[in-house]
Design a protein around this ligand. Structure first.
Ligand code: CUK
Ligand code: CUA
Ligand code: CA
Length: 637
């Protein structure tokens, strides 16, 4: 064990040190220390290297071998959604949603612009995004392969990714909120036992704003809302006005509760104010009661939004028997909240407190039933783990794995042992293992961790700093996604995977849970050009429609004529039926580039604003005559 490790172990096991970060945090934050905390321990690096050799062969896939798990990753402020194979860590796909993408023509084709949202002049409303959390739809406590959702923190949008085609099909902007951060689908309906799958997605609003947002300076008037989006229609069903703010979100397996950690119960506008209280909250939403209140008309609306907003403030929810929400006290500026796969607990990571708080869900429900007067009695453990706990994953064998941002460690701890320790059994050794990671970890997840089928095989850790782990490429460093074998008692670091900055959250699940389609169906596309004979040009005044087909190695029509000033809508269907046979369509000097996958149809609309010959060509190497796959757009003056 390295010196660092034994020091943290001692800190973790010594209750007398419990509040030590609370008193030092302010001093640390104002200096450079806590912000990055980048002390590097050479001893720790050696330990990791030695242990890695045994498990390394499990990660190395032979050529042609497939990964056992899909990983769905957020892209952070690149605004995208990524698909990785695990355990290899290979990036397989990026799915654009909030930001344009030149490969597939996202933000260029009419169909993608309709999903992204446009201004009256037809240009995109937003071209930036900041994705943090991605989660997939559930059925019977496991992923069902229908959808994933991802948040855009900048513009408070939620995107849905269809997992049959791995494309974004809907984006919704949440009204009345700013800084939409945490997101989590429900896992079944709280009332209807037949609805054993996801029908809602919950969204936490992190920043508080005036309602309506009229630019008031007095921040004590600002409010945050918790939102519920319909998983199918993607419309916002309802919102809850709360005290404080929302950070991350978790949901119970019985569908009854959703929760969000709150770091700013102080409602401060500056960080000093946001960390002035010793405790903040984890806020619990009683989904059935909220929906009954909406049905009964007990709501308000704000501004232009028609979304019903119910009152979840403390003042209006004093009686547990009618309360829509309950506030459980949690120390201090908590960050991640995660649901244990046995369905019993939510675990809040303390961030500025070196603790994790374990909240028992049946006790929260007892409070809502009026059987327990003090909701804080739902806390069954509050144990020290180390410095800067952020997020927690599970192995399905009763252990939790929490990232310690400041300690640059992952700590493996046993939930039952922690509960015993909290109950007074000071001999209960809840810390099972510690592992140094490289460096400053944020999100963590284990294979199948957030399902009832957590399998305890792999743990991935999203390290925010990679420092010396890769060839230097200038001032910006790759981030370091580390893979850890958790099949044994001890954690074993097996691999570093560089990723483009900066992913936050991710999930990993068994590949059998997905069955993506190899080619598109024509029925998906109302504009499809279903056979070569349907290709051609029609004109209505200066509005021209070009119906085009691609089949290797040609486009049909091979050429078409326009007049300067024509407004052209070009519809392209890829008639090839061979899996993986993609064609591209690029048009010089008109800002047009997109691809069509087998049997897919896309369209673009543009102005023929200059005379000339413009060779449209296939960008995607498809055939021995790929370079010859081109045609002429002839624009006459
Ligand atoms: S937040 Cu990034 S490390 Cu947006 Cu999930 Cu915790
Ligand atoms: Cu079609 Cu290259
Ligand atoms: Ca706080």
């Amino acid at each position: 064990m390295s010196q660092d490790q034994s020091k943290s172990q001692e800190l973790a096991q010594n209750p007398a040190r419990r509040k030590f970060l609370n008193t030092t945090a302010l001093a640390g934050l104002s200096g450079a220390g806590l912000a990055a905390g980048l002390s590097l321990s050479p001893a720790a690096t050696t330990t990791a290297h030695a242990a890695a050799s045994d498990s390394a062969s499990k990660v190395h896939l032979k050529p042609g071998e497939l990964d056992e798990y899909y990983g769905l990753w957020s892209g952070g402020h690149t605004g995208d959604f990524r698909v990785l194979g695990i355990p290899s860590g290979r990036e397989l796909l990026r799915v654009p949603c909030f930001t344009p993408d030149a490969l597939i023509g996202w933000g260029i084709t009419n169909e993608s612009k309709a999903v992204m949202g446009t201004k009256p002049d037809g240009s995109l409303e937003f071209t930036v995004g900041d994705t943090h959390h991605t989660h997939a739809s559930y059925k019977d406590g496991n992923y069902d392969g229908r959808y994933a959702w991802i948040n855009d923190k900048i513009n408070s949008r939620i995107a849905r990714i269809r997992l049959d085609y791995f494309i974004c099909d809907k984006i919704t902007k949440l009204p009345n909120v700013q800084g939409f951060h945490g997101i989590f689908p429900d896992k079944r309906d709280p009332v209807d036992p037949k609805v054993n799958y996801t029908t809602r997605v919950f969204c936490g609003g992190e920043f508080s704003i005036p309602l309506p947002n009229v630019g008031t300076e007095d921040h004590t008037q600002y409010r945050s809302l918790f939102s519920c989006v319909d998983a199918e229609t993607m419309e916002v069903r309802w919102q809850v006005l709360i005290d404080g703010n929302c950070d991350l979100v978790a949901t119970s397996f019985d569908g009854k509760l959703a929760a969000s950690n709150q770091y700013n119960t102080e409602m401060g506008a500056r960080f000093e104010d946001m960390m002035s209280a010793e405790r903040d909250s984890c806020i619990f939403f009683n989904i059935a009661r909220i929906e009954a209140a909406v049905k009964a008309g007990k709501f308000k609306t704000y501004g232009a939004s028609k979304v019903p907003v119910v009152d979840g403030t403390k003042a209006s929810n004093k009686d547990p028997k009618t309360a829509l929400v309950g506030y459980v006290s949690v120390p201090k500026n908590p960050h991640g909240v995660n649901a244990s796969p046995d369905g019993k607990y939510f675990i809040c990571a303390g961030k500025l407190s070196p603790t994790a708080t374990v909240i028992e869900l049946t006790k929260v429900l007892e409070w809502f039933d009026g059987k327990m007067a003090d909701i804080d009695k739902a806390i069954v453990a509050e144990v020290e783990l180390g410095l800067g706990p952020l997020h927690t994953a599970f192995d399905g064998r009763g252990n939790a794995y929490t990232t310690l941002f400041l300690d640059s460690q992952v700590v493996k701890w046993n939930v039952d042992a922690a509960i015993k320790f909290h109950a007074g059994d000071t001999k209960s050794q809840y810390v099972v293992d510690r592992l140094d990671v490289h460096y400053q970890p944020g999100h963590i997840n284990a294979t199948q961790s957030e399902t009832m089928f957590a399998d305890g095989k792999w743990l991935a850790v999203g390290c925010k700093f990679s420092k010396d782990r890769y060839l230097p490429v200038g001032p910006m460093h790759a981030e370091n996604e580390q893979l850890i074998d958790i099949s044994g008692e001890k954690m074993v670091l097996v691999a570093d995977h560089p990723v483009r900055p900066e992913p936050h959250d991710f999930i990993m699940f068994r590949r059998e849970l997905l069955s993506p389609k190899p080619i598109y169906q024509h029925e998906e596309f109302p504009l499809a050009v279903t056979k070569v004979e349907d290709a051609g040009v029609t004109r209505n005044g200066n509005k021209v429609t070009v119906k085009m087909a691609s089949y290797a190695p040609a486009f049909e029509p091979r050429e078409f004529k326009l007049k300067v000033g024509d407004e052209v809508t070009l519809i392209l269907t890829n008639l090839d039926r061979i899996e993986d046979l993609t064609h591209g369509f690029a048009l010089p000097d008109h800002n047009i580039n997109f691809i069509v996958n087998p049997q897919e149809t896309k369209s673009v609309t543009f102005k023929a604003d200059k005379p000339g010959v413009f060779w449209y060509y296939c960008t995607h190497f498809c055939h021995a005559l790929h370079l010859e796959m081109r045609g002429r757009m002839i624009v006459e003056a």
